[in-house]
Design a protein around this ligand. Structure first.
Ligand code: C2E
Ligand code: CA
Ligand code: CA
Length: 410
C-alpha cells in the first residue's frame, strides 16, 4: 500500500455541500475540524429528519470504519467546513502499532457497537461516543501512550456516565447551601445551591470533578433540573425558619449546555408548576458560555425564563467573554463578580479599580451585584467602600448541608 493512502487527508466543504449521501457506499469516516455538519435521514423526502448537528471534534460517517455497506444518512455542510478523512486503511494501519491489549479492547468495542446497533438501532450512542473520543486521537496521534491514554479516558468516561446516571436515580447528588448576605449588615438574603456528590466509595466529590464531564455527556440537564427540584423543596422549609417578612431566595446554577436544549424553558416551567412556591424566590445563575454560539436564541430563552417569574444572575462576571454589549441584550437581573476579582483587590489598586468599574457599570444598567469570594474582614471593608451591596464567601459561611443551613436561619 502506498504511504500516501495512509495519510489523513483534510478536506474543505462549502456551506451546502453534500459530504456524502444516504445510499452511497461507505468509504471514509470524518472528524470535523471547523464548521458544522448536519446528518439528515431521508433527505428531500417528506419525512426528512435532521438526526444530528455536529461541531468541532465530532466524528461522523464512522460506520464506514466498522463495516462495509451503504450510508444510512446524508451529511451536509451547514457552514463552510473542514474535516479530516479517515479511511479504514488508515485506521487499521494505526491500530497495528498499538499495544495488543488496546487493540483487542478496541476491536471488542467495535463488535459491541455493531451488536448494540443491531439490538437497538437508536442506542448505539454510548459506544459511538467512546469511539468518538478514541477517534479524536486519530488525527494527531502524538504518541502511542497518548493514544492509549485517550482510550483509557474514553473507557473511564463510559464508566462515569453509568455512575452519574445511577447517582441521579439514587439521589446521591445533594445541594449544599452557601449564604449570600447584604454587605451593610451581613444578614442572610439568600443561599446558592452548590452540588456535592455523596459517593458511596469515594466520599464527597466536588463539582469541578464531575460537572465538566456531565456537560460533555449531556447529563448536566438532568442534574441541574434535580437541583432545581430540591431547591423548590427547601424553600418552604427555609421560609418557615425565618420570622421576618424578608424571605431568602435560593440560587441554582444552570450550565450553559441547557441553552442548547429547546425544551429547557418548558422543563423549568414544569418543575416550578409542580412545586408549591413563588418563583420569585428562585434565582438562576448562568455563565456567559450560555450566550456563545447563538446569542439571539439565548436571549429568547432568557425572556422565556423571566416570564416564569424567576430572576437571572450572570455568574462569574469578568472572566471569559464579558462584554458590555451583553448586558442590555439579555434579560438579566444582576451579576456575580467572580472571586478572582475580589482576590485582586487584596494586592493592588488596579484590582479595586476593576471592581469599582464593574459595580458602576451594573448600576448604570440597574443590575444587582453580588461579590463572590469574600474571605476576610478587609475584603468586606473594601467591597463596602466600593459600593457593592451583596456578597458571598467563606467570611459569612461555607456551603452547608441543608440541615445546617436551616439551623443558621433560626
Ligand atoms: P460557582 O457557581 O462560581 O460557585 C462558587 C464556588 O466558589 C463554589 O465552589 C464555592 O464553594 C466557592 N466559594 C464560595 N465562597 C468562596 C470563598 O470565599 N473563597 C473561595 N476560594 N471559594 C469560595 P464549588 O462548590 O466547588 O463549585 C464550583 C463550581 O461548580 C461552581 O462555581 C459552579 O460553576 C459549578 N456548580 C456547582 N453546583 C452546580 C450545579 O448544581 N449545577 C451546575 N451546572 N454547576 C454547578
Ligand atoms: Ca454560581
Ligand atoms: Ca461564580
Amino acid at each position: 500500500m502506498d504511504s500516501n493512502s495512509l495519510q489523513v487527508k483534510r478536506k474543505t466543504f462549502k456551506k451546502g455541500d453534500i459530504i456524502f449521501n444516504e445510499g452511497d457506499i461507505r468509504d471514509n469516516g470524518y472528524i470535523l475540524e471547523i464548521g458544522q455538519v448536519e446528518i439528515i435521514r431521508c433527505r428531500g423526502e417528506e419525512d426528512e429528519k435532521t438526526v444530528a448537528t455536529l461541531r468541532t471534534g465530532d466524528l461522523f460517517g464512522e460506520m464506514a470504519l466498522m463495516e462495509p455497506g451503504l450510508r444510512s444518512a446524508s451529511a451536509i455542510a451547514a457552514e463552510d467546513t473542514v474535516a479530516y478523512l479517515i479511511s479504514s486503511n488508515i485506521l487499521e494501519d494505526r491500530l497495528k502499532g498499538l499495544d495488543p491489549i488496546v487493540t483487542s479492547l478496541f476491536s471488542l468495542l467495535i463488535e459491541r457497537y455493531r451488536f448494540s446497533r443491531i439490538e437497538n438501532s437508536d442506542d448505539g450512542e454510548v459506544f459511538g461516543r467512546v469511539l468518538s473520543t478514541a477517534g479524536k486521537a486519530f488525527h494527531s496521534p502524538t504518541s502511542l501512550t497518548d493514544f492509549s491514554l485517550r482510550k483509557a479516558d474514553a473507557l473511564k468516561e463510559l464508566a462515569l456516565e453509568q455512575e452519574i446516571r445511577r447517582a441521579l436515580d439514587k439521589g446521591d447528588f445533594k445541594p449544599y447551601l452557601q449564604p449570600i448576605v447584604s454587605l451593610a449588615d451581613q444578614k442572610i438574603i439568600g443561599f446558592e445551591t452548590l452540588i456535592r456528590w455523596h459517593h458511596q466509595d469515594r466520599g464527597i466529590i466536588m463539582p469541578d470533578d464531575f460537572i465538566p464531564i456531565a456537560e460533555r455527556l449531556g447529563l448536566i440537564q438532568a442534574i441541574d433540573r434535580k437541583m432545581l427540584e430540591m431547591a423548590c423543596d427547601i424553600i418552604p422549609k427555609m421560609h418557615d425558619a425565618v420570622s421576618g417578612v424578608d424571605k431568602p431566595f435560593i440560587s441554582v446554577n444552570l450550565s450553559g449546555v441547557n441553552f442548547e436544549d429547546d425544551s429547557m424553558v418548558m422543563g423549568i416551567s414544569d418543575v416550578l408548576n409542580n412545586a408549591n412556591i413563588d418563583p420569585h424566590h428562585i434565582k438562576l445563575e448562568i455563565t456567559e458560555s450560555a450566550f456563545i454560539g447563538n446569542a439571539d436564541k439565548a436571549a429568547k430563552i432568557l425572556d422565556g425564563l423571566k416570564e416564569l417569574g424567576v430572576s437571572i444572575a450572570l455568574d462569574d462576571f469578568g472572566v471569559g467573554y464579558s462584554s458590555l454589549g451583553y448586558l442590555h441584550k439579555f434579560a438579566i437581573d444582576g451579576i456575580k463578580i467572580d472571586k478572582s476579582f475580589t482576590k485582586r483587590t487584596r494586592d493592588n489598586q488596579k484590582g479595586m479599580d476593576i471592581i469599582q468599574a464593574i459595580v458602576g457599570l451594573a448600576k448604570t444598567f440597574d443590575l444587582g451585584v453580588i461579590a463572590e469570594g469574600i474571605e476576610t474582614e478587609d475584603d468586606l471593608k473594601i467591597l463596602q467602600q466600593i459600593g457593592c451591596i451583596e456578597g458571598q464567601g467563606y467570611l459569612f459561611g461555607k456551603p452547608l448541608s441543608v440541615g445546617d443551613a436551616l439551623k443558621i436561619l433560626h
